[in-house]
Design a protein around this ligand. Structure first.
Ligand SMILES: C[S@@+](CC[C@H](N)C(=O)[O-])C[C@H]1O[C@@H](n2cnc3c(N)ncnc32)[C@H](O)[C@@H]1O
Length: 262
């Protein structure tokens, strides 16, 4: 995806992300922990890709730390890494850590010392993806595993497309990420750093909106770097109108889980 917003000015994603996560720490977890597919959240799905005997795990772009809590086991260390002080402060309130403030592109971690690297959403947030994968490969031991989840554009059903289309109409924009849509070029990028793909799966999660607060929560979790507040308000009002005619509105969140081995 382009780093430009369609206007003349290049979008400063670094500054946008820093402000966003300072002001809205924990918002990704607030939404994704309530998103379900069958019996599980996306965090549980990612956790299921991690071997029970993994002892040293680094979770990249850890945010408020949901993966550290998901993966916690006796005898295991899960190091949560993030650049946002506000996210890490929240993570520290919620779990024991360790929490490390660092750029995922420059991990303060020894070469070949990690069993598993996980990331929920990090692959579409940390740029460039090639450099991120090179850093992941550096810290993984031979036989170590990268397991990550990222937002996707499918699977979506007709009703999902209708609701998401109506929301985009109100926003006059689509939510965006700094990284490539659908992880374009991901398989080649894995090969380039010597990681072998062992899994690439998709799952449709749903977030159920029952109140205006739910609608506001979902909308506030989206990266909409060039969208005016009034547009977001229009999207919330659309969802609120729907709630006058139905008990709830479902928002689909398609996700992709990728696993690769060094
Ligand atoms: C969408 S949130 C995901 C948080 C968490 N993994 C979750 O799924 O709830 C993205 C996170 O990436 C972090 N982040 C952005 N750029 C980063 C970088 N270069 N290195 C480490 N973390 C970064 C942000 O601070 C934010 O906490």
């Amino acid at each position: 995806m382009s780093g430009r917003d369609g206007g003349d000015e290049p979008l400063d994603w670094k500054a946008f992300l820093a402000d966003f996560h300072r002001a809205r720490a924990g918002v990704a977890e607030a939404v994704l922990s309530r998103a379900t597919a069958g019996d599980h959240s996306p965090y549980r799905w990612l956790g299921r890709a991690v071997s029970a005997d993994a002892e040293t795990i680094v979770d990249l772009a850890a945010g408020s730390g949901p993966m550290s809590r998901e993966l916690a086991r006796p005898g295991r260390t899960v190091v949560g890494v993030d650049v946002s002080e506000a996210e890490l402060a929240l993570a520290a309130e919620r779990g024991p850590g360790p929490w490390v403030r660092a750029d995922a592109l420059r991990l303060p971690v020894r070469d070949g010392s990690v069993d598993v690297v996980t990331s929920s959403m990090g692959l579409v947030v940390v740029r460039p993806l090639d450099d991120l994968l090179a850093e992941v490969t550096r810290v993984l031991r031979p036989g170590g595993v990268l397991a990550a989840i990222a937002p996707a554009v499918r699977p979506l059903g007709p009703a999902d497309l209708l609701t998401l289309g109506q929301i985009s109409r109100r926003l006059r924009a689509k939510p965006r990420f700094p990284g490539p849509v659908e992880l374009a070029g991901f398989h080649k990028a894995l090969e380039a750093v010597g990681l072998t793909r062992v899994e690439d799966k998709r799952e449709r999660y749903r977030f159920t909106i029952r109140t205006r607060e739910d609608a506001e929560l979902v909308m506030s979790a989206l990266y909409l770097p060039t969208t005016r507040r009034s547009r977001v308000e229009a999207a919330v009002e659309y969802l609120e109108d729907r709630l006058e005619r139905a008990e709830s509105v479902e928002i689909a969140i398609p996700m992709r889980r990728v696993v690769a081995i060094k």
